[in-house]
Write a protein that binds this ligand. Structure first.
Ligand SMILES: *Cc1c(COP(=O)(O)O)cnc(C)c1O
Length: 368
């Protein structure tokens, strides 16, 4: 038997995650200069990071020969102060992706299953498959989570339900009271992972306090990230908040030094800069409105989004995407999510949004 055939079937059947195209790669392929390329493909913060986070990251380089604090004491203390939870309730991840994987590794094994929505974040099936679990994908309703159907889809072998709110790639949002009702109907021996990667972008009237539910629902784990609104995607740092018992299990399968010292320092500082977060949310709101206007003017359908990106329908998305790439604009095709007629674009700076709209108009114009 060939070596690779010795890998478990559940590993061999995993389809790899398809990331947004890096700027350098497009520059090489098209012979473009990197400076002229607009990347709106990975929901990154177009403002960069908080100056405070940058200073902290730079200062942390001075001690880079040392291993990081494997318990992330300072960052947990800052999160604990900020959110009113105990440090024992916090697990740190190499990005929140890591937290999702830790949850799968701690609770899923061959013979068990995870429930998530159609069109939900690609890491849920990846993490479930890698742990040998079965995926139960529940048909979406209006491109978002059908919570009633998801509750009904829970089987005796289900160990995790993943919910993304807002969801990526569709941007759909579930009101807090609906999630609360859902939690009340989930068996208490099923972990609910509530993935709030974009929660900092919610409008004031959309906000809800998921951490307040932890006392009543000890089977809840909330995951969040510094990659999106905080602008630290390249550093890889996220966190999960749950009951100490659950967090303890995740910590057992966590790599001892999974978050770097630079990431810990930057995240701790970033957490204090609320002004930067507010500015990021504001520029996002304005960019979102501009793109919605543009789609309206072009008679394109879009899915109203609560995140820092928006998904719109162009028909032959592969061709439109190729025409955008030729003009140095990188967006995200989502055929891998079963949406071959749609593209997802991240909200950029005003000039980036304008470049995108101009390129999109050209890409959609009949060839001539
Ligand atoms: C971007 C994203 C994440 C995680 O990103 P990290 O960089 O690993 O923190 C998690 N969930 C959703 C829905 C996302 O879009």
């Amino acid at each position: 038997m060939r070596l690779v055939d010795r890998a478990p079937a559940h590993i061999r059947s995993i389809s790899p995650y398809q990331p947004g195209k890096p700027i350098g790669e497009l520059a090489r392929e098209m012979g473009l200069s990197e400076a002229g390329i607009v990347k709106l493909a990975s929901n990154e913060n177009p403002l960069g990071m908080s100056a405070r986070a940058r200073d902290a990251a730079t200062a942390a380089l001075a001690g880079i020969e040392r291993y990081p604090d494997g318990n992330g004491f300072e960052l947990k203390a800052a999160l604990s102060r900020r959110f009113g939870v105990a440090s024992e309730q916090i697990v740190l991840g190499n990005g929140s992706n890591d937290v999702l994987e830790l949850a799968a590794r701690a609770f899923i094994a061959p013979g068990s299953a995870a429930v998530f929505s159609q069109y939900a974040f690609a890491v849920y099936p990846l993490a479930t498959n890698a742990a040998g679990g079965r995926c139960i994908a529940v048909p979406a309703r209006d491109y978002g989570h059908d919570l009633a159907a998801m509750a009904a889809a829970i089987t005796p072998d289900t160990r995790i339900v993943f919910i993304a709110n807002p969801n990526n790639p569709t941007g759909t949002f579930i009101a807090g009271d609906e999630i609360e009702t859902f939690l009340g109907g989930v068996p208490d021996d099923v972990l609910v992972v509530l993935d709030e990667a974009y929660t900092e972008y919610l409008r004031p009237e959309q906000r809800y306090d998921s951490l307040a539910w932890l006392a009543r629902f000890p089977n809840l784990l909330v995951s969040r990230t510094f990659s999106k609104a905080y602008g630290l995607a390249g550093l890889r740092v996220g966190y999960g908040i749950g009951q100490p018992e659950v967090v303890d299990l995740l910590n057992r399968v966590r790599q001892p030094f999974n978050v770097s010292s630079v990431a810990l320092a930057a995240a701790t500082a970033a957490l204090e800069d609320e002004e930067f977060l507010a500015r990021s949310a504001e520029i996002n709101r304005r960019g979102m409105a501009l793109l919605e206007q543009a789609f309206q003017a072009l008679s394109l359908e879009w899915i109203p989004s609560a995140g820092n990106f928006i998904t719109f329908k162009v028909g032959d998305a592969a061709t439109v995407n190729a025409a955008l790439l030729k003009q140095g604009v990188i967006v995200r095709p989502i055929a891998g999510y079963g949406m071959p007629q749609w593209l997802r674009v991240s909200i950029g700076l005003p000039e980036e949004n304008a470049r995108f709209i101009k390129a999109l108009k050209k890409a959609l114009a009949p060839a001539g």
